[in-house]
Design a binder for this molecule. Sequence first.
Ligand SMILES: [Zn+2]
Length: 145
Amino acid sequence: MSCYVCDKHKSGDGLVASDGLVVVGHVLPDAPNTNGRVYLGHLVVEPRRHVGGLAGLTSDEAAALGRWAALAAKALDAEHVYSQIVGHQVDHLHMHLVPRYPGTPREYWWPRLDSWPDAPMGGQDEVTRLVDDIRARLDVDLLGR
Ligand SMILES: [Zn+2]
């Protein structure tokens, strides 16, 4: 069985951080439903194991997903971070984290962030640079290890 998310975990593309249970990555410009450019800072928090939805998580996976979502949101350094789970395109649980940056006009707040003509959009090079920045801001001490 082929799965876009499982394959991405193996390749490490867009990886921000991970542990044995959860992978945090940036949405990739070649992901389903993108056209080569993505909203910069749009992260996904995913269980490493192929699970279709929240109800399929173990207690440890659920705890790890919540911790990583909070850490990643903090590292995005945004005015606000939206999160949602949809799952219409890919059958592997992925929690979207989408930052709203300061100065975003009210009429473009969720769910229209990437419709703003001045929204920070980018391709693979911009994503790679941003992932490095986010990784540097991750406070792994908050993981309690
Ligand atoms: Zn999968």
